[in-house]
Design a protein around this ligand. Sequence first.
Ligand SMILES: Nc1ncnc2c1ncn2[C@@H]1O[C@H](COP(=O)(O)OP(=O)(O)OP(=O)(O)O)[C@@H](O)[C@H]1O
Length: 623
Amino acid sequence: MNHAGWAALGKLRQSKDQESLKPGTIARAWSFIARYRTRLTLYLIVSALGAVLTVVSPILAGDVVNAIVAESDVSVVINLALLIAAVALLEALLNVISRWQSASLGERTIFDLRTSVFDHVQKMPVAFFTRARTGALVSRLNNDVIGAQTAIARTLPTVVMNIVTLGVTLVVMFTTSWQITLVALLLLPIFLFPARSIGHRIAGQTRERATRNAAMGDQMTERFSAPGATLVKLFGEQRHESQVFSDRADGVRESGVRISVWTSVFMTMLTLVSSLALAAVYGIGGYQAITGGLNAGDVVTMALLLTRLYAPLTGLATARVELMSALVSFERIFEVLDLQPMIKDPANPKTIPTGGVRIQFHDVDFRYPAASEVSLASLEEVAVLDSRESEQVLHDLNFTVEPGQTVALVGSSGAGKSTIANLVTRLYDVTGGAITLNDVDLRDAAAQDIHNRVGMVTQDSHLFHTSIRENLTLGHREVDDERIWQILDHARLAEVVRHMPDGLDTVVGERGYRLSGGERQRLAIARLLIAAPEAVILDEATASLDSTNEAAVQQALDQALEERTALVIAHRLSTVVNADEILVIEDGRIYERGTHDELLAANGRYAELYSTQFRQQPHARGE
Ligand SMILES: Nc1ncnc2c1ncn2[C@@H]1O[C@H](COP(=O)(O)OP(=O)(O)OP(=O)(O)O)[C@@H](O)[C@H]1O
């Protein structure tokens, strides 16, 4: 029996709880399978034929014995032997066809489910990704999809095959000798009852082992990463870490032994019950044969059929539970597919008028969505999602960034600056008021249109673990190398990339080529220059750079902001000094507004921020 079989046996007791599937799950799961109706029908027919064939060879074997006993012609025995060989060949052929069909059915369903979940999750708002655990989401795409595949590729056909095998075998056995068949069936509970409890134990140990294995894996991934290993070394934790690891490994060892022992007890029991039943066949059958109620061939047929009786019986005993757990997988996938994306394109989007972009905030209020609005409890690994509304983060914001202007946002940490930036690119929707681009409400425009017109450079300048070229041409794959080099030149990066081992093909990102902070920032700016949007939202990096890097980043930024509408979360002195307007944000409100000189003269919050945050920076004007 395979792993799923054990788990199913173990779960027989819990099956009641699992029956609380959401209504409609079965019909919906069926809709995924029904699209391959023809293939499925072919598969079931082939499986059923294969099942019928399993009783043919025992019958033929009985005929051989009868022919020998009756001292028939040699040709009869030879013909029967040839027939047995032909049946074996046919069985093998059907087996291959049925495996092929089941694999392709299962893989197709996996493909359909995977791609639909992936596409759907991509449509989710950023709020969803800030909440859901990546591990839980990936597991939906992997484990649950495979669970659902099991239902289609294995459980469903096995049920059909087992029913046919069992039916045909029992009919042949009953007609051959009902007394022997009855005894064989009566022996079954001796096996089945302890098998349940053993299955339960094995499933428990298997789960235990999986948990401990996962814990070992987590510990290794975390502790063997550069920051993790450094922490362990710095705090002299090696011995403690080794102890924790060896405790977990010991648990795995113990479960391993238990699983082996219980498995062998189960197998021994199965063999024992079969042998006892076989003894009954020989005893009762032999007695009947001698007293004339049965012939020798029938005894052989019965003995051979008996070996094919128990497997489908145990298979059917566990099938319902296996099917239930597969349906639970379907249900978990549907749960993700049913999550409605909060931010959707309108049915008839308005086009943002071409030309320079004017960004306007009209009485904008905002609060982050509650967990229950954007997420699933099971993806956050909590029982119930928090449905409390979060506090209002932005209050009554009114400002305009005219085409080509730069507006700088400054303020204390947590004031709401990044939130404002996220709203302009419609990563979230405002909860009050409106944001317009050239007088078109963001909610009336298509996402693609917004992203073509407004670019964003985030502080962390995230890079995918792929080549420089692919990182640079995100969303604009058509850009050729000549243009890329030109842009790299503007972003003061051409020299750096030229010296990389594979030039534009050098793999960067998480574990790739190491880039300095300044190079990363310039790469993010170059990415924006390639996209060439008319408006830019820029979250300036706070990390200070050495003066060479700083100058290069500044030059790249000058290029990026030139003639563009820019809303900048400013951390650089030069940005605030040159901004057309500075908005001082505190507690989600515009606290002060004006140019650098006006605000300094007012000697308010900005003047305070200036003396604490900006003044120490190089190139400060001589105030
Ligand atoms: N995803 C989120 N869900 C709920 N609340 C959030 C979320 N992101 C930010 N907040 C809250 O919104 C408020 C404004 O945060 P925001 O990141 O916009 O501030 P900020 O001015 O950009 O700060 P910093 O300069 O430190 O980056 C904070 O109180 C923060 O806790």
